[in-house]
Design a protein around this ligand. Structure first.
Ligand SMILES: Nc1ncnc2c1ncn2[C@@H]1O[C@H](COP(=O)(O)OP(=O)(O)OP(=O)(O)O)[C@@H](O)[C@H]1O
Length: 354
């Protein structure tokens, strides 16, 4: 359990943010300048709040009213920056040892660093460097891992390469991770909890599936980036056409590509702009990817209308134009049909379920 509350005046900028989060990855999400880095710096002890309280798994690191301010080196926080910041003249083994010796073998195994130990940072890819930086942080035996946009300096290919390692870290390392990002796809894939920041404050905080499927959050996340996260199970594979059939709570959808073995559970991001709505059951289309849904909420923004849907127990999000919203006469409680575009899901939007 993490509980963070921090107030700080930084020049003309006012940070006044508070949130609580259960175990797992907590994503601090928001536009540039919203205060994400300032907030994790407060957790790290690199920035001293004017007032506030920071508690990680029962350990109070800062409490202005009780005059507690644990010094940085005693906070036991691991910090991973955008750039790996490894020592260029040391090989990976020495870079790791600089962090500490805690659980060395397990950390090497967890991050797949075994084959890299003799190499210097210059001979590593950007993704490998970040894995070493994470390993170095873990070897200091931190109580929390702080990651400030750890993928933002990587190209798309390196990002795809490192994402499964971050999932493994989330699922196996057993420590809370505070993860700064302004990419909704990363948040959808990795986060357990999302804290949406705007102008120094917390606009919204909650479970990832809840926040990302909320039409009212679309304006904060960005219309292009908005999309719900659902859990799915692989129910069938079409080897000839290279398709995967997924069972969601509210029906079945078929997606291109082989997404895993039958029975595998996945976490899947379905972009709002890839969900089409219809009042009547579509005719002439195959029954695939058509889900019966109930409208739960509608939010009209400058870029169109966001519609929250309940399909079985899954929450989906659709984006329609104002004109379609009028034509569909959308209102909460209404039954509609949600059509998920079969080509919609990018490879990085699929991951192991947690
Ligand atoms: N020491 C400081 N003095 C004055 N202003 C500051 C100071 N530190 C940060 N700020 C301002 O506070 C605001 C929030 O900065 P912060 O780096 O926390 O945002 P962010 O959400 O992490 O942004 P980014 O995604 O660009 O890293 C910015 O407007 C920044 O200029």
């Amino acid at each position: 359990m993490i509980a963070v509350a921090a107030k700080k005046r930084l020049g003309a900028f006012d940070l006044d943010a508070a949130f609580e989060a259960p175990p797992g990855v907590t994503a601090l999400f928001g536009k540039s300048g919203s205060g994400k880095t300032s907030l994790i710096n407060a957790v790290a002890g690199l920035m001293r709040p004017d007032a506030g309280r920071i508690e990680i798994d029962g350990a109070v690191l800062f409490d202005s009213s009780a005059r507690i301010d644990v010094p940085v080196h005693r906070r036991r926080v691991g910090y991973v920056f955008q750039d790996a910041r490894l020592f260029p003249h040391m090989n990976v083994a020495k870079n790791l040892a600089y962090g500490g010796r805690h659980d060395r073998d397990r950390v090497i195994d967890l991050l797949g660093l075994d084959g890299l130990l003799d190499r210097r940072p210059a001979a590593l890819s950007g993704g490998e460097r970040q894995r070493v930086a994470i390993g170095r942080a873990l070897m200091s035996d931190p109580r929390i891992l702080l990651m400030d946009e750890p993928l933002s300096a990587l190209d798309a290919e390196r990002k795809s390469e490192i994402l499964p390692w971050l999932e493994r870290l989330r699922d196996e390392a057993g420590l809370p991770i505070l993860y700064v990002s302004h990419a909704a796809s990363e948040v959808a894939r990795l986060a357990t909890t999302v804290v949406v920041m705007e102008a120094g404050g917390v606009k919204r905080a909650g479970a990832v599936a809840e926040v990302l499927s909320d039409p009212a959050a679309v304006g904060m996340i960005g219309a292009q980036e908005a999309g719900a996260v659902v859990r799915a199970r692989i129910a069938g594979l079409d080897r000839i056409d290279g398709l995967t059939e997924l069972a969601l709570a509210g029906g079945r959808i078929v997606l291109p590509g082989r997404l895993g073995g039958i029975g595998t559970h996945l976490r899947l991001r379905i972009s709002a702009q890839d969900v089409i709505l219809s009042r009547d059951k579509p005719q002439g289309l195959s029954a695939l990817n058509i889900l019966s849904a109930k409208v739960t909420a509608i939010d009209e923004g400058p870029e169109g209308v966001a519609v929250g849907l309940l399909c079985g127990a899954d929450r989906l999000l659709a984006r329609v134009t104002r004109r379609s919203a009028r034509a569909l006469r959308l209102e909460p409680g209404q039954q509609v049909w949600a059509i998920v575009k079969a080509s919609a899901v990018a490879p990085d939007d699929v991951s192991g379920a947690t």
